[in-house]
Ligand binder design. Sequence first.
Ligand SMILES: [Fe+2]
Length: 333
Amino acid sequence: MIEYFIALIIIAAIAVFLYLENNWIKINRIKHSPKNLPREFMGMRIVHLSDMHSKSFGQGNNNLLKRVKELNPDIIVFTGDLIDSRRYEEEVSSSTMASLVNIAPVYYVIGNHEARRDEYDNSLQQKLINSGVKVLRNHAHIIEKKGQSFYILGVDDPYKDNRSYSKKGKDSEVLKRNINEALEKITEERAKDTLSQGILLKKGKGLSQEMNSIQWKGLSHESIPKNRQGLSKEASSSKNHFTLLLSHRPEQIETYAQCGIDLVFSGHAHGGQMRIPFTGQGGFAPNQGKFPKYTSGIHMLGDTALVISRGLGNSSFPFRVFNRPEIVLVELV
Ligand SMILES: [Fe+2]
């Protein structure tokens, strides 16, 4: 009888532990001082969300929305896997993103799960666009504040192109092509955001020569020289501008450094799903395997900084262990 009672207590304790590990949101605060950031953006607060996988924290995702609002972000970036390809939930995904837009401008890229479901392209993406989410499909915007600016790029997960988890070399090749395409959009379309208003002022042909020049005031030719290896002449011409990239895959840090990106936001690794307490080491991540290197926090490679979200939800493995759902707050200082 006593053994039965003890077993019940252990099962209940494990259930409570797993519930908290999968529903108690943690805030990971990161301060970062990029070399090349225009002065006007010092102090900028970026909330980074990722890998929600159709999950809801409370009714209508209210717990998540409340925590994001408390952080008072200037912009919100979402780095893919909003939906889960096995549990496609369009309603909670679109309503959460629409509510986030009411807090701050939201920039979003797709992950491998959106790439797997045709419903994303056929239905959900238009709902996101209609609610004001800036969906960056190999696309770029310019964020401007008081005459200074930086580029924000977003690229598709390489699964969209490969249709398989391919070898690292192929993913890198696809991502470089996507980054190239996004950078070229800057010269082609001149999308322009005003941070203070949080609205999209789309401008295209017909801009003045001065506006179409990509030598923005406040950024000099003498600023940190960067190489954009393997990119087109047009894409390389933007190398003196502070560039922020949203891309689902963290293991591609070398690709981002080769492209001369200043600051990258990624997800995908889910913190390694199960973390070894007190070590910061995750157990497993897709495209990285056992004991992956890139699962959380901020990593530097040369002048390229990579911020990785551990994500919010789960996919094929249903539990997080010592790896609570995470909102990342990056303050540029
Ligand atoms: Fe994911």
